[in-house]
Write a protein that binds this ligand. Structure first.
Ligand code: SF4
Length: 284
């Protein structure tokens, strides 16, 4: 049950991604997985390295494409727990199309975004999560674009599990990842994971001052989508906790035509070949 390996992360000391790594390792152990039951797929960016730092199956993919790979892994072997991961640039810029369609598809994958509101690996440029006015070497006069709101976006396109956390809240983050893994459908967990080297605005102290825990909002109901949207708008997206969950909607795997209990990776390929031969003969 030990999800640690011998690879030493080369993140900067203090990077928020260390806690995300620890939370994934703890959550996987807490839900009773073994390393051979878990696949971690990542994109490109500082956070993309995470797939190499966890003792499980790992796939370090290409920029913005962790979700297509993760969905392929899940479709081929639904017995695996599949975690996709990456940064805000990876998932909400080049990968945004995949993010939206994986959400509405409701495929049983947990997607963890390490949101530091900057491109760290390429040494500090404005990302889709940088606020308007944010100054970097790519926007020396301040960004003239508005930041994207990923939680609101997820609710709008039909997400069934939306959560947000802060990397220092290790206990809460671990619990949310466990809930995401146990959710039968797509779970999106956005984690504020400060880049201590290049983002001097959205620091640990800034998040501590500006974040509101949903558990501190009296009567907050994560099963009420409209209330979730209103709360996000009121707090400008700066909330942590389980924002919304819908347990009624079936996952993609449950709805897919020809669903079989046996994962493709364990299917009798000879039988399947006969099946495909018959199909081809039908259309000849
Ligand atoms: Fe983390 Fe930023 Fe360093 Fe990248 S550059 S490892 S995001 S602190």
């Amino acid at each position: 049950k030990d999800f640690r390996n011998d690879v030493k992360p080369n993140w900067c000391p203090g990077c928020g991604d260390f806690s995300v790594q620890a939370a994934i390792q703890r959550a996987a152990a807490n839900v009773g997985l073994q390393p051979e039951n878990l696949a971690v797929v990542s994109g490109i960016g500082c956070s993309g390295r995470i797939s190499g730092y966890i003792n499980s199956y790992g796939f370090h993919g290409i920029h913005g494409r962790s979700l297509p790979i993760a969905q392929g892994v899940k479709m081929a072997n639904r017995d695996l727990t599949v975690i996709a991961s990456g940064g805000d640039g990876d998932g909400f810029a080049i990968g945004m199309g995949h993010t939206i369609h994986a959400i509405r598809r409701n495929i049983d994958v947990t997607y963890i975004v390490m949101d530091n509101q900057i491109y760290g690996l390429t040494k500090g440029q404005t990302s889709p999560r940088s606020a308007a006015g944010f100054k970097t070497k790519s926007t020396p006069a301040g960004s003239i674009e508005q930041a994207i709101s990923p939680m609101e976006m997820a609710l709008t396109v039909g997400a069934t599990f939306v959560a947000q956390s802060f990397s220092t809240d290790l206990k809460d983050l671990t619990a949310l990842i466990e809930a995401g893994i146990n959710h039968k459908g797509f779970s999106l967990i956005n984690v504020f994971s400060p880049c201590v080297t290049y983002n001097k605005v959205n620091t640990y102290d800034w998040f501590k001052e500006n974040l509101t825990k949903l558990s501190d909002i009296e009567g907050y109901d994560p099963h009420n989508r409209e209330a979730a949207m209103q709360t996000l708008m009121k707090h400008k997206g700066l909330v942590t906790g389980l924002i919304y969950q819908n347990t009624e909607q079936k996952s993609y795997q449950e709805l897919v035509h020809g669903y079989k209990e046996t994962p493709l990776t364990q299917a009798d390929l000879e039988l399947d070949q006969n099946y495909f031969d018959k199909l081809v003969a039908e259309f000849m």
